[in-house]
Design a protein around this ligand. Structure first.
Ligand SMILES: [Zn+2]
Length: 197
């Protein structure tokens, strides 16, 4: 298997899975945290690796050494109330959004057929149809905006070099990145490249 070296313009934080403590500020807006969210990750087979000091670099070697991938790893991240996020809530919300948008699309097609009939008869699109189009379009845009997850953009968990050892995190905000490093001396470092297998 060949590995590809990938460089990052903004350095990644390489942190100890067991010892990392996230700063007491919101990674999205920088305000002091009032609550915390738990991010669960499942180190998959497609792991981003740095082979340094890592006997588990090759999947074949992992099998040989009998190192199994753990089911999930959980990180507790302090956030503000506004940027609180949970995977469960998101899944629920997303299901509602997908169903809602599907229903809107069906209704919209129905209205389009009716409006098309009127256009054919009178040569003019009815006003109610234009209003409904604007309404549906704004609801659609709102649902997309609402389903964006600011926390996932502020902190991107890129991967692990070995499931229980180190995690690579892309931190959007430079101040937050600095604090993360400062508050985890000896167990974090900045890296500019990783190997992807
Ligand atoms: Zn916030």
């Amino acid at each position: 298997m060949s590995a590809v070296k990938r460089y990052f313009r903004e350095p990644l934080v390489r942190a100890s899975v067991d010892r990392i403590r996230f700063p007491d500020i919101c990674p999205v807006c920088g305000r002091s945290a009032t609550t915390a969210t738990v991010v669960r990750l499942t180190p998959g087979q497609k792991t981003w690796l740095r082979p340094i000091d890592n006997p588990a670099f090759m999947p074949a070697m992992r099998r040989f050494l009998g190192i199994s991938s753990p089911a999930t790893i959980a990180f507790r991240i302090p956030v503000c109330e506004e940027h609180y996020y949970s995977d469960e809530d998101y899944m629920r919300f997303n299901t509602v959004v997908v169903c809602g948008n599907g229903l809107m699309l069906i209704l919209f097609m129905l209205f389009t057929i009716i409006a098309g009939g009127q256009y054919y008869k009178y040569g003019d699109l009815p006003t109610w149809y234009l209003m409904i189009s604007v309404l549906f379009l704004s609801l659609f845009v709102l649902s997309i905006l609402g389903s964006r997850r600011p926390l996932k953009r502020a902190l991107k968990f890129i991967g692990f070099d070995s499931p229980h050892k180190n995690v690579f995190i892309a931190v959007h905000d430079a101040d937050y990145r600095r604090r993360l490093i400062e508050e985890n001396p000896n167990t974090t470092e900045l890296v500019n490249w990783i190997l992807i297998t």
